[in-house]
Design a protein around this ligand. Structure first.
Ligand code: TYD
Length: 225
């Protein structure tokens, strides 16, 4: 937890293209951490709080096609500011391990690069919303674009059949957008080799989970817990 207050908990974020399997892997990691005696807060963005869930609806509703890029950017950060203040910082202060399905790296690659708003504006807003809170470790699940899009489409079809509202506004972007996002993730990982660990997400679920566990356990030094 890179902040001025004394270090207590540990903040891990999951990143990657839609359909990379980060949600599944985050659940598996949470189970394993709890089995090792750790208190864990599982969070996600956009969302994570009651207010965040309301903002999420605006952001992902496929009907909101007129939402402009700047409003989109600010809404992601509105969600994040609430999440940091209400849930993440208190959990870290308690000494929990906090897991977040996406965080500011998503905004850097989707809005900063994908939407072309620039990384600098994202970093400036991050200072306002997160006040210096940076993940201790980021797990970037790496899959190819074709698999990502096919999985996201299959999931959206299944959700559509269940009658749930379509959360596809971001998934509906064209291939060039997703390609830019993928490249931006790779660049980000190269810029932050200490914080961001790239995990090959094409392997079997158990294999990926094991790789993640080894990485996290080493960082937490909980092999002896
Ligand atoms: P998410 O709920 O993680 O969906 P998925 O499981 O498909 O990855 O994220 C929803 C979408 O929101 C996803 O397409 C990425 C996008 N997103 C941004 O564009 N910027 C952000 O800051 C965040 C957190 C998400």
């Amino acid at each position: 937890m890179s902040m001025t207050s004394p270090k207590a908990g540990f903040f891990i974020t999951f990143e990657g293209l839609d359909g990379c399997g980060k949600t599944t892997q985050m659940k598996l990691l949470a189970q394993r951490l709890r089995a090792a005696g750790r208190a864990v807060l599982e969070s996600y963005e956009p969302g994570g709080t009651r207010i965040g869930a309301q903002v999420r609806r605006i952001l992902l509703d496929a009907a909101n096609h007129e939402l402009c890029a700047t409003a989109e950017l600010l809404l992601y950060f509105a969600c994040r500011a609430q999440n940091v203040e209400e849930a993440i910082r208190p959990a870290l202060r308690r000494g929990d391990v906090v897991l977040s399905d996406r965080f500011t790296d998503s905004t850097l690659v989707y809005q900063g690069v994908g939407r072309g708003l620039g990384k600098q504006v994202v970093l400036t807003l991050d200072q306002i919303a997160c006040k210096g809170l940076v993940p201790d470790l980021t797990l970037l699940l790496d899959i190819d674009l074709e698999t990502s899009l096919a999985r996201a489409r299959a999931r959206n079809d299944a959700a559509g059949q269940s009658g749930a509202p379509a959360e596809t506004r971001m998934d509906d972007q064209d291939l060039a957008f997703h390609r830019k996002v993928q490249r931006a993730y790779a660049e980000l990982a190269a810029e932050h080799p200490e914080r961001i660990v790239v995990i090959d997400a094409r392997a079997a679920i158990e294999e990926i989970a094991e790789r993640i566990w080894q990485t996290v356990a080493r960082r937490l030094e909980i092999f002896h817990v």
